[in-house]
Design a protein around this ligand. Structure first.
Ligand SMILES: Nc1ncnc2c1ncn2[C@@H]1O[C@H](COP(=O)(O)OP(=O)(O)OP(=O)(O)O)[C@@H](O)[C@H]1O
Ligand code: SF4
Ligand SMILES: [Mg+2]
Length: 425
């Protein structure tokens, strides 16, 4: 089995893109927007690889560039303000950025499919589900109209609508519940047997039970067909269950990348530690990531050196003058933080790179280096819940969540009621 390390190294070394390589190699992708306030660098040097049958989760707060990364792969960045400034997106060795519009159209839907958080934005309200499914299959010429009709029904059965497949084929999207619409979206996405599924918050609007069904469905199909999945979500519970590797995105670039289990055991970047501070475990699926104090900066004005510095409890002067490198290059656990860079010699804390973080960011230390005081040992608090194989929940004997102890606010994702989602009058 190829290791993550090999996968990352492949991207870093930028091989010629033979089809034997990873299914998807994204290298130094930059997607920018013209705005009245200047150029917004929404995606600013993102690199990763994804292999057949694997799932990469991308997590990060709102506005970090997750969706724009996904839309860039499909070249669906909103124009004319948005544009891909540079980089490579190799799919089976071909750079998608070199393809003509019509070739790219074939790749979309045929090889790479995407599902969104809100299926109504992708389903056409004036056509029946049957029409839309059939159209998706015939427009790429892979299936005849008759074959497409038969397959449309099969697909609905496959996505769990066996009891009502014939009825759903005749229905319009607005006649379906949220869960049913998301199933239909998945059926459309899978209709041309794609090799890569990009799922951008695929279950956020659904209640917990339907979420679980949809995720099971994606996992099942992935197992059967070797589908690769790029999963964008705010929900760490979903990431822990679905992803092989996780990329943590902040301010337009990745700040940490790791195999899922390793990341949950030992989140290294201070931003990841902050996100994990309220650690939504499986039992708390549906709860959002912690909301750290402060906000993601404007994409037109990323801080010059470390982009997380204004919010980082560990920051010191160097963080505001020298951009941290994403290192070690080629490793399976790159992290973008001076705390882990042996070349940075003026760290104010006793914290060696690669060693389980033991830094104690006491109020005195924080004040001594001119930073914001924090309520507790940052890693000690998050680490308390990170020693098991799966994400742990908040210590039941401690009334305060680690996030609260850190002075971080937590936020519950708005949950749409089950009744509204799956059961319609
Ligand atoms: N149409 C647009 N015009 C200008 N800037 C844009 C536009 N769309 C996105 N951006 C910029 O791109 C950044 C990243 O947006 P993106 O949608 O990728 O965030 P995200 O990580 O998916 O957030 P969320 O979790 O809320 O979906 C935004 O912060 C914004 O600065
Ligand atoms: S480089 Fe400095 S400011 Fe940035 S995350 Fe690391 S410690 Fe914090
Ligand atoms: Mg998004």
């Amino acid at each position: 089995m190829t290791t993550t390390s090999t996968r990352y190294a492949t991207a870093a070394q930028n091989g010629a893109g033979a089809s034997a390589g990873p299914l998807l190699q994204v290298e130094n992708l930059r997607t920018y927007f013209h705005t009245p306030r200047g150029i917004a660098r929404a995606v600013d040097g993102v690199s990763f690889t994804l292999e057949k049958g694997k799932t990469l989760g991308i997590v990060g707060e709102s506005g970090c560039g997750k969706s724009m990364t996904a839309l860039s792969i499909l070249q669906l960045v909103p124009e004319p303000a948005g544009y891909i400034d540079g980089g490579h997106i190799r799919f089976e060795g071909r750079d998608l950025l070199d393809l003509s519009w019509s070739d790219m159209r074939r790749v979309r839907g045929d090889d790479i499919a995407m599902i969104f958080q809100e299926p109504m934005t992708s389903l056409n309200p004036v056509f029946t589900v049957g029409n839309q499914l059939t159209e998706a299959m015939t427009m790429h010429g892979k299936f005849s109209r008759d074959a497409a009709r038969a397959r449309a029904r099969d697909l609905l059965v496959r996505v769990g609508l066996e009891d009502r497949a014939d009825q759903v084929l005749r229905q319009y999207p607005h006649e379906l519940s949220g869960g049913m619409r998301q199933r239909v979206m998945i059926a459309i996405a899978l209709s041309n047997e794609p090799k890569l599924l990009i799922a951008d918050e695929p279950t956020t609007a659904l209640d917990v039970t339907v979420q679980a069904q949809i995720l099971d469905l994606i996992r099942g199909i992935q197992k059967e067909e070797g589908l690769a999945v790029l999963l964008i979500t705010h929900d760490l519970g979903i990431v822990s269950e679905m992803a092989d590797d996780v990329a943590v995105m902040y301010a337009g670039h990745f700040v940490e990348y790791a195999p899922t289990r390793a990341l949950f055991h030992d989140p290294q970047h201070p931003y990841t530690q902050g996100l994990f501070a309220s650690l939504p475990a499986r039992t708390r699926r549906g709860q959002d990531l912690a909301t750290l104090e402060g906000v993601v900066p404007e994409a037109t004005a990323w801080p010059k050196a470390c982009r997380f510095a204004p919010r980082c409890p560990y920051r010191w002067q160097t963080c505001e003058t020298i951009p941290p490198k994403y290192r070690p290059a080629g490793s399976d656990r790159p992290v973008r933080c001076h705390l882990y860079d042996p070349e940075i010699k003026d760290r104010p804390m006793d914290r060696a790179p690669g060693v389980q973080a033991t830094a104690v960011a006491t109020q005195e230390q924080a004040r001594a280096r001119g930073g914001e005081p924090v309520a507790a040992d940052v890693h000690g608090q998050t680490g308390a819940g990170l020693s098991s194989d799966v994400p742990a929940d908040v210590d039941p004997v401690n009334p305060l969540t680690p996030a609260q102890q850190m002075g971080l606010a937590t936020e519950r994702a708005t949950q749409t009621s089950a009744a509204d989602q799956e059961t319609r009058p």
